[in-house]
Design a protein around this ligand. Structure first.
Ligand code: PAF
Length: 286
């Protein structure tokens, strides 16, 4: 695997792969890679001949009181994981390479609709930062397909909308969330949890499963299910940010008639904010 830091080197390496007739798959990341990222890269290696990954902790998508400075940077371990998963080219730009004119004067990409509410409400500017950096990375790499985790369900919806609305010829693939044995969704932020916090964290996914099971057996009083789950979260020491049932394609609040649903949550424990979701189709057998 070749690691490059400049857009010039990136374009040269991708152009060579293209000249060899290769299909290009792209996996953008912020590093501190875990088995969930490895699954995205493995999927990319199955679907294309040349796999490009990026590691860039994007300042544009962090709020003023968020963990930009402390976000874990683990390049050597990440490179090993990427090689093992089948990555061919790693792009690790610094902030000046990505934003040579500075971040303030950078043209922004703003996706309406699916960016609103949920994480869009609690992290103002976050999805604009994501949409902007992903647009730039797509223009730099020009992949045939790009792979994202479904753990960031709203982010995936934002990126699908962006690609559709800006006519980018890139296929977007969403991959299922990889979980620890006790159900906790893998996340770089799990590393912030103390042993006690890590022990109680599976309550989040457990409650999503219980809510989904109740909805599948006919319960449509979403507010009641949300209250029960939030009581479980707060008993475990979590502060709820949001917990909502939405229609999974449009991300609008779910009605009792909707069949494709996703339950999404964000909750904090100590200084760590975790997100998770569970999507299901009432017309599909479990
Ligand atoms: O999901 C992430 O790691 C980031 O939001 C992404 C898509 C790499 C953009 O910085």
């Amino acid at each position: 695997m070749n690691t490059v830091k400049s857009v010039r080197e990136l374009r040269a390496a991708v152009a060579q792969a293209r000249a060899e007739g290769k299909q290009i798959a792209f996996v953008p990341t912020m590093g501190n890679l875990h088995a969930g990222h490895a699954a995205l890269v493995e999927k990319a290696a199955q679907r294309a001949d040349f796999v490009v990954a990026s590691i860039f902790v994007n300042p544009l998508q962090f709020g003023p009181n968020e963990d930009l400075e402390s976000y874990p940077r683990t390049l050597l371990a990440d490179q090993e994981r990427l090689v093992a998963a089948g990555c061919h080219l790693l792009f690790t730009p610094d902030v000046a390479e990505m934003y040579p004119q500075g971040t303030d004067s950078q043209t922004r990409v703003s996706v309406t609709g699916v960016s609103e509410g949920l994480c869009g409400a609690s992290r103002p500017g976050h999805f604009e930062g994501v949409a902007t950096v992903v647009s730039k990375l797509f223009n730099m790499v020009q992949p045939d397909l790009a792979i994202f985790g479904q753990k960031d369900f709203q982010q995936l919806a934002v990126i699908r909308t962006l690609v559709r609305d800006l006519n980018m010829p890139i296929q977007i693939i969403g991959e299922p969330t990889v979980r620890a044995e006790d159900g906790l969704a893998l996340s770089s932020r799990n590393g912030y949890l103390s042993a006690e916090q890590r022990e109680v964290a599976p309550v989040l996914y457990r409650s999503l499963q219980e809510m989904a099971a109740a909805i599948k057996t006919g319960e449509r009083d979403y507010a009641k299910l949300i209250n029960t789950a939030q009581a479980q979260h707060s008993a475990a020491g979590f502060r709820s940010d949001y917990l909502e049932v939405r229609e999974s394609n449009s991300l609008r609040p779910a009605t009792a008639a909707d069949r494709q649903l996703v339950i999404l949550l964000a909750a904090s424990i100590g200084n760590t904010r975790l997100i998770d979701n569970l999507a299901f189709d009432l017309d599909m057998p479990a």
